[in-house]
Structures are given as C-alpha cells and as structure tokens.
Design a protein around this ligand. Structure first.
Ligand SMILES: [Mn+2]
Length: 318
C-alpha cells in the first residue's frame, strides 16, 4: 500500500486530498492508504462527518526507501521527519517548489490553483473516472476551506469551476450556506491551549542564503471571530516566544485572518520580527500587532514577501 499524506499540522486540504488521492490511486490499480501528520484542526472533523469518512490514521515511522506520495506540500520541513530517506514517487501540490528531490523520475503535478483538491478533480477527469459522493464532499470542502470560499487571492477560475461541478455530486444545494457552516466550525476554538492554537495551521519556512540561513515559523488562524483570538493575545505571544526558543527558530509570527472581511492582523512577538515585518510589508507593529490589510494568503502574499526581503538583505551583505 502506497502511503499518501499531506503536511504537518494538517488542514482540511491536507487530510481531504490524502484521502481522495489514495482512493483515486487505488481505483486506478495502485493500492494506496491515506495518513495524517498530526491532529485534526476544528474544521476537518466537521467535513469528515458530513462526508461520512473516517479520519486517516497517523503516519507510522516508515523505513528508509519506502515509496510515498505527497499531497498539499513538498518541503521537507513540513513533512515526515525522515522524508529525505523516503522515495517520493508522486506529488500533487499547489505550493511553491521547495527542497524536493526524488530518487527516480516521479509523477509530479503542480499548478498554481487555490487548492490541491482542484488538481485531484482534474486527475479524475483526465483518467475518465467518475467522482464518488464522499470524494466530492471532501474536495468541495477543501476548496472552500483553502480559498476561504473564493476570497483568497490564490483563487483561480479552475477552483470556482471545480466547486460548481462538485456541489451537485456532493448534494450541496447552497454552497454559500455550507461555507459559512464550515467557517463556523473552523472558528469554534473553545478553550484550546494557546500553544495548540499557534500550531494548528503552522508551517516552518527556510529563508535566506546558506551562509546566513533563517528559519521562521508562520502560523495562521482563519476565523469569523477575530475578537476571540485577540482576547487571548497575551497567551499567544507567550506561546510564540516558547516556540521560537524550543524549535530554534529565528522568528515566529501568527496571522489572524478575518475570513468575512478578508483582512489579516499579524501577532508579532518580538522586536526582531517587528523589524522584518516592517521591512518586508511596510507594516509597523503597534502593541504587538501589524496590520497587513488584505494580505491574507501565506503562500501567495506572506511567504514571497519574506523571501524577497531575506534575499535582498543577503545581497546587501554580499
Ligand atoms: Mn492546500
């Protein structure tokens, strides 16, 4: 069985795409099994219940050389800890290419669309396979989640078309109402400890050149209720300081995205982060918060600006 998995700190796309891709490969005669690389967030159990699908099991430790398929990520810092010893044979992803290498020629499908599930629908069509109802639920939900129901600048016409195609198969009559249910589930954070909130949708990115490498942890909380998150600002700041130290990072930031208004106010725990965010985004930090306006996409707006900033500072040093 080919293990198929998405990134650490999985979001709905990472889980749904692993399940759908494993099912698609199995239907095509390549037995595959979906796994997850961490606990589910608050939105995904709602999606799985609607789809009538069980959560995939946690990825066990895989022996060196095991063939694996990746979905919704490709960078080793966001993957299984021993990814470099594994044999990546397939990747379906919509993120920038990171440090991926393969031992053999592989099946790689990368497109700058809003969601991995949009690419999985294309793979169904290219294979001339019908889409089953549970898979339609999973893909539809992942696309609505990743694109914030088309509010994210990562949204493409392909994502919109995929949702229009999948909704009747899933049996969703009112996509807008379903998206709001999804966002309500995502925003129901309860009394989750701050350290968990920080890491719920959190990725580590390497920046800069080899001579002066930087590793930053970038978390995002997408919510319809940002007031709740800012009510816990002090605890979150403590959790960010702790994560920076424990994980040996150069910076940690946490974007708080107001889903319905399409705005991002980022929590900035220290002076170093504040200086970088000022330089990269021209956004001053006031009382620990930098207003990034409508820059709500980590992959399309936050990470590229930081990458550019650290490249420019490397050039300035050279
Ligand atoms: Mn995704």
């Amino acid at each position: 069985m080919l293990p198929v998995f998405g990134h650490l700190n999985p979001d709905t796309d990472a889980i749904a795409s692993a399940l759908v891709y494993a099912h698609l490969l199995s239907r095509q005669g390549l037995p595959a099994q979906a796994y997850r690389l961490g606990d589910l967030n608050f939105e995904t159990p709602f999606v799985l219940q609607k789809a009538g699908v069980e959560a995939p099991p946690l990825l066990p430790v895989l022996g060196a050389g095991t063939a694996v398929a990746l979905v919704d990520h490709n960078e080793s810092a966001q993957s299984a800890p021993n990814l470099r010893d594994l044999q990546v044979t397939r990747v379906v992803d919509h993120h920038k290419l990171g440090d991926l290498t393969t031992m053999q020629p592989g099946f790689l499908r990368f497109e700058p669309v809003g969601c991995t599930a949009t690419l999985l629908l294309k793979l169904h069509r290219e294979a001339r396979l019908s889409v089953e109802q549970a898979d339609a639920w999973l893909m539809l939900s992942a696309i609505l989640s990743d694109t914030l129901h088309f509010r994210s600048p990562t949204t493409t016409p392909d994502d919109r078309e995929a949702v229009a195609f999948l909704a009747p198969i899933a049996g969703v009559r009112d996509v807008t109402a379903y998206a709001l249910e999804l966002f309500a589930a995502k925003s129901d954070l309860g009394d989750t400890p701050a350290a968990e909130l920080l890491k719920m949708d959190y990725k580590v990115f390497p920046f800069g050149e080899a001579a002066a490498p930087q590793r930053w942890g970038i978390g995002v909380i997408e919510t319809t209720n940002p007031g709740y998150v800012f009510g816990r600002q002090a605890e979150l700041m403590d959790a960010m300081h702790a994560a920076r130290q424990a994980d040996g990072l150069d910076g940690v930031v946490l974007g708080v995205v107001d889903i319905l208004n399409g705005t991002n106010r980022m929590l900035i725990p220290g002076e170093m982060e504040a200086a970088v965010v000022q330089a990269a985004f021209e956004a001053p930090t006031v009382n620990g918060v930098a207003d990034l306006g409508n820059r709500i996409s980590r992959k399309k707006q936050i990470v590229p600006a930081l990458e550019k900033h650290f490249e420019a500072s490397a050039e300035a040093r050279a």
